[in-house]
Each structure stands twice: as structure tokens, then as C-alpha cells.
Design a protein around this ligand. Structure first.
Ligand code: ZN
Length: 199
């Protein structure tokens, strides 16, 4: 029923995660109504995030182009404990607990059905970091799902022979849930109560 730019905007918004057709329509009409400079700021922010955001070359967290991420560029962070996560969004969740170590983003979890195996994860990069000899403990903070648990075991099998203590978040997080949505108290307790992974 809509045509031209309004139709395009509704279509594009509707492609975003969590935005259904009704929300897409509501947002599009909101954009139509706001002052021109507000709409331009939104458009500019979308373009800037694509052009000026990359992944940190050390840990693969999001970073400004050409720079290390905020964690890797902070000398006060503990270099010998790293938290291994699936996704950069999980870092936000762990940061809320007050964790003061560093991170490594695997870029997913083992999922043979989706074609994600060992080679698709940033495991080699993790091994390279460990081989530099500074990392003493790796806490595997993958999601409490079958894929996340399988990934945790893989990390433990790879890192333990290199002399790294590999631990896993304590249970207490909702099984099948997403770390990203865990509240900081629950996640903080799970971090505190982490247990070594036996291989
Ligand atoms: Zn980094």
C-alpha cells in the first residue's frame, strides 16, 4: 500500500532482527515525522558503524578502525586471565560483572549442522595468544547450550596441554539461554563459582 522511499524504508526496517511489519511501519512513520537533522544523524550513524568499526586484531572484540578494542588498549587490565566468549555482545554482559581480565571472541560455537567446526572458530588465534606465554587461565563463557558446552570442551582440550587452567562458568545460568541476556548478579556468581574443566 506504500510506494517509493517510504516503502523501501519499511522493507529495510522489516529486515532487521526483532522488527516485525507493524514495528517497521511505526518506525518509518516516526522517521518521516522527525526533523531532517535527526533523520540524518540516524542515517550517518548507520553508515559510520559500517565504515569505521572493525574487529580488534588481538581479541576480535569490536573496535574503531585501525585501533585495538577498549579492553586490549587498557594497560590496567589483567593480562593473564582471559574470558573466551562466542560473540562480542557477550563481552558487554561479562563487563557488567566487573571482570578485569581480557577476552577472546571465538566468533560462534561448534555446530556441525550449521557447518561450524573447529576451523570456523578463532581457535588458532587463541592458541597463538596462549603460546606467547602470558595467559594463565582461560574462563570459557560460551552460552549454556549444547553447542556452547561442546565448544568449552574443545577449548579445554586445546589449551590444557599448553599449561593453561581452563575453567567453565558454574551452572546457574538458564540452560539453553543466551549469555547476553543474563543479569549481572547471576553471571557474576557463575564467574565466581567457575570450575576447572577436566579433559
Ligand atoms: Zn581486543
Amino acid at each position: 500500500m506504500y510506494t517509493g522511499p517510504l516503502r523501501s524504508l519499511i522493507d529495510e526496517l522489516g529486515r532487521l532482527p526483532g522488527i516485525g511489519p507493524k514495528s517497521a511501519q511505526r518506525i518509518a512513520f516516526h522517521v518521516l515525522k522527525v526533523p531532517g537533522e535527526d533523520a540524518r544523524r540516524l542515517a550517518d550513524a548507520i553508515i559510520a558503524v559500517k565504515e569505521r568499526t572493525t574487529l580488534c586484531e588481538i581479541c576480535f572484540n569490536v573496535a574503531d578502525s585501525g585501533a585495538l578494542c577498549a579492553v586490549c588498549s587498557d594497560d590496567r587490565r589483567d593480562p593473564d586471565v582471559i574470558c573466551v566468549v562466542e560473540d562480542p555482545r557477550d563481552i558487554v554482559a561479562v563487563e557488567r560483572t566487573g571482570f578485569r581480565g581480557r577476552y577472546h571472541v571465538l566468533g560462534g560455537a561448534l555446530s556441525p549442522l550449521d557447518g561450524i567446526g573447529r576451523e570456523q572458530l578463532r581457535l588458532r588465534e587463541l592458541l597463538d595468544r596462549v603460546n606467547q606465554g602470558v595467559i594463565r587461565e582461560a574462563i570459557v563463557c560460551t552460552n549454556p547450550t549444547i553447542e556452547g558446552e561442546a565448544t568449552a570442551m574443545l577449548v579445554a582440550r586445546e589449551l590444557t596441554p599448553l599449561g593453561v587452567t581452563v575453567s567453565r562458568l558454574a551452572s546457574g545460568l538458564p540452560v539453553g539461554g543466551d549469555l547476553e541476556y543474563a543479569d549481572e548478579l547471576t553471571l557474576g556468581r557463575a564467574l565466581e563459582g567457575r570450575r576447572p574443566l577436566e579433559v
